[in-house]
Ligand binder design. Structure first.
Ligand code: 5AD
Ligand code: SF4
Length: 476
């Protein structure tokens, strides 16, 4: 990195301020490593969604710049970081459970530091609980100030206190900080942050704040940089990508942004998530239809098939308008793969409501669906709704739904058998090293004979046999 004068005060502007702290942390770490006679190590665990996965790459980027070396085994690491999720209660329980174990490990390693960040930290009662019962945690920060990681590390290294820094919301987007990609050939790219939808069950608007879109020029510049570094596929990330650009000084649609990104030479594939059905425009469908690079996959969360429940969820579409939208998409892009999220057991859900959901599943025939049991999140409107559904009923509905979803998806997946498709090779197969694993444009996995040097390349593969959710193929 460039020379940085650390005798001066930290600059106030970003990202210069963080580069100052990275350099400062690097000095502290060098000294620690000399004393120990070995480099210091870190282990980041990511809970939750693709947004969090991308945030973790930013954390890793900072850690590696500072001089930490990755350690796969958490118990051996000098710095353990949990990037948390709070979308459902069980995500929180897992974090508390693992923290309990870490406490024991920390007693045996005096150098160990623990940092917690991400969505769960944006909940005030969580931070209260940590302050009270988990005093061994070193750093706690939230979703809005993740870019300050280096500064928080320095604050901790210079004091013996627990460092807590949580912001309620922000309108700031800090660009150009380091990040370390998990895959050399594909990358997530944030196009917007936060969410303004306020679905009544969802905690995300409270923990990720108001919707903010990144400037299209910054997005394109970032992708161009990634492409020159070997990336061929990007996943554009946002809680509601279809409302991209509405809050920019010069408003712009998501469809237009896609067209700009399509022009980037060397970029082969464009994916995006998540789409809200209420904001999915005809313009976007046309752009998808005419694009050479946008993958034939759309994740379109339905959440429920009952118009009555959708209204209580504040989703702002009906069963009918959702099905019409699906028809429109399938007509324009016939080989599209559709996936969805479904919640079972929302307050007030009757057997009839549930059957409406089953009906949507049968009509749309999703390639796959993520099914969730409704989880009460305090602070959301649904948490105080009457008629919370008893667990046994929810479980029974959930099992029925899961079976339907799986039966349909194995049928839908199989329709490509006997065709040749482009596959982006992602890895050597976990179980059989004579095979490599890649993804079709529609996101389905394929295993076929090949060597590690194919990783990151797009090759033609003949799909010989469908095994339910994936294919076995051979290179053509
Ligand atoms: N309970 C269960 N599932 C939820 N999701 C969001 N909030 C809840 C909740 N309170 C699901 C939705 C969303 C996905 C990311 O998580 O289906 O699309
Ligand atoms: Fe979890 Fe939602 Fe946060 Fe993603 S944005 S990590 S799903 S709470």
């Amino acid at each position: 990195m460039t020379e940085m004068n650390l005798t001066k005060e930290a600059p106030l502007e970003e990202p210069a301020r963080q580069y100052y702290y990275i350099a400062k942390a690097e000095e502290y770490l060098k000294r620690q490593a000399e004393e120990l006679g070995r480099p210091l190590t870190f282990c980041v665990t990511t809970f939750g969604c693709q947004m969090n996965a991308r945030d973790s790459e930013k954390l890793v980027g900072v850690l590696e710049k500072i001089g930490y070396v990755e350690e796969a085994e958490e118990e051996k690491a000098d710095f353990v970081i949990y990037n948390t999720c709070t979308v459902r209660e069980n995500a929180n329980m897992r974090v508390y459970g693992r923290l309990g174990q870490l406490k024991r490990v920390k007693k045996t390693n005096p150098h160990m530091m623990i940092a917690l960040c991400g969505c769960m930290m944006q909940e005030p009662q969580v931070v209260e609980k940590l302050k009270k019962s988990y005093r061994f945690v070193d750093i706690i920060f939230g979703t809005h100030n993740i870019y300050k990681f280096a500064e928080l590390i320095v604050t901790r290294l210079e004091s013996e206190r627990m460092v807590i820094d949580i912001w309620k919301d922000t309108d700031k987007i800090v660009e150009d900080l380091p990040s370390e990609r998990k895959f050399s050939f594909k990358s997530g790219v944030n196009i917007m942050f936060g969410c303004n939808n306020f679905c009544s069950y969802c905690i995300v608007p409270y923990v990720r704040g108001r919707e903010r879109s990144r400037n299209p020029k910054d997005i394109v510049r970032e992708i161009e940089g990634l492409v020159s570094d070997g990336v061929v596929e990007v996943m554009l990330l946002g809680q509601n990508v279809n409302s991209y650009g509405k809050t920019l000084d010069e408003p712009m649609t998501f469809a237009r942004l896609l067209q700009e990104i399509e022009k980037i030479e060397g970029l082969e594939r464009i994916r995006f998530m998540t789409s809200h059905p209420k904001d999915l425009s005809d313009e976007l469908i046309q752009v998808m239809k005419n694009s050479k690079k946008i993958c034939k996959h759309l994740h379109l969360p339905v959440q429920s098939g009952s118009t009555r429940i959708l209204e209580k969820m504040n989703r702002r579409y009906t069963k009918e308008t959702y099905l019409e939208l699906v028809d429109k998409i399938k007509t324009a892009v016939p080989d599209i793969s559709l996936t969805t999220d479904i919640i079972v057991g929302f307050p007030g859900e009757t057997e009839e409501d549930f059957l409406e959901t089953m009906d949507v599943v049968k009509k749309v025939r999703y390639d796959s669906a993520f099914t969730f049991i409704y989880s009460k999140r305090s602070g959301t409107p649904a948490a105080v709704m009457e008629e919370q559904i008893p667990e046994e009923i929810v479980k029974e509905r959930f099992d029925r739904l899961l079976k339907e979803v799986q039966d349909i998806s194995s049928e839908v997946c199989a329709v490509h058998t006997g065709t040749t498709q482009e596959v982006l090779v992602e890895s050597v197969n976990d179980h059989d090293s004579s095979l490599v694993t890649g993804r079709l444009s529609n996101n389905i996995l394929v295993h076929f004979p090949g060597e590690a040097d194919l990783i990151g390349k797009i090759v033609d593969v003949f799909l010989e046999e469908c095994k339910g959710f994936y294919y076995i193929g051979r290179r053509i």
